[in-house]
Ligand binder design. Structure first.
Ligand code: ADP
Ligand code: MG
Length: 198
């Protein structure tokens, strides 16, 4: 039996991790075997990316690292799906395209190339849920999260990332959820989408 593969996307502070956790609780409460996973992963190349050990590398190199991490991650996700689990994945293919094609310090990467390097390595989500939010609201939430602010967390850059996500949503048929509401309102919309595929 194969499980259902659900991806959450959105700018920093949109509420991806929160929605993943709450949706997982809701699914498990119904007796549905559910795994939550995230990118960059916490293993191998994902851990290397998160550690910042790569130092100052070009966006193209960084993009390849994200895809390399995704390749290993996709194999693990496939095993989870094979075991019958529903998999909730916090960031996937669209993150690389939305973030790396938005110029950071004048260094943007060609969108078609980003899509092409992903094409051989990614699984096919049953649904991708884009939590859409004004990045200013998202960053305000991140500020109160008490974590270190990453280099990606600046407003003009994230506005471009949001537009990139919305374009991908049109092209790839993502489900777009207004993520500006409170946690329960967002969860209700997310569960309505999940219920159509689980
Ligand atoms: P992301 O994973 O997309 O970066 P998080 O889920 O970590 O976002 O949420 C960022 C912060 O905003 C967290 O402190 C979280 O508790 C809070 N948060 C998440 N969803 C909502 C919401 N719908 N309304 C208000 N705050 C939220
Ligand atoms: Mg998160």
């Amino acid at each position: 039996m194969s499980g259902v593969f659900i991806v959450f996307e959105g700018v920093d502070g949109a509420g991806k991790s929160t929605a993943c956790r709450m949706a997982a609780e809701a699914l498990r409460a119904r007796g549905i075997q559910t795994e939550v996973t995230a990118e960059p992963t916490h293993e191998g190349i994902g851990a290397f990316i998160r550690s910042g050990s790569a130092g100052s590398i070009s966006q193209r190199t960084e993009s390849l690292l994200f895809v390399a991490d995704r390749n290993d991650h996709t194999e693990r996700i496939a095993r989870m799906l094979d075991s019958g689990a529903t998999v909730l994945c916090d960031r996937y293919f669209a993150s690389t395209v939305a973030y790396q094609s938005a110029g950071l310090a004048g260094d943007s990467t060609d969108r078609d190339w980003l899509i092409s390097i992903n094409s051989d390595f990614i699984g096919r989500p049953d649904v991708t849920i884009l939590l859409d939010i004004d990045p200013e609201v998202g960053l305000g939430r991140v500020d109160t999260r008490g974590e270190e602010v990453s280099k990606f967390e600046n407003l003009p850059f994230l506005r471009q990332v949001r537009e990139n996500y919305l374009r991908l949503a049109r092209e790839y048929g993502f489900q777009v959820v207004d993520a500006s509401g409170d946690r329960d309102a967002v969860l209700a919309e997310v569960m309505a989408i999940i219920d159509r595929v689980v």
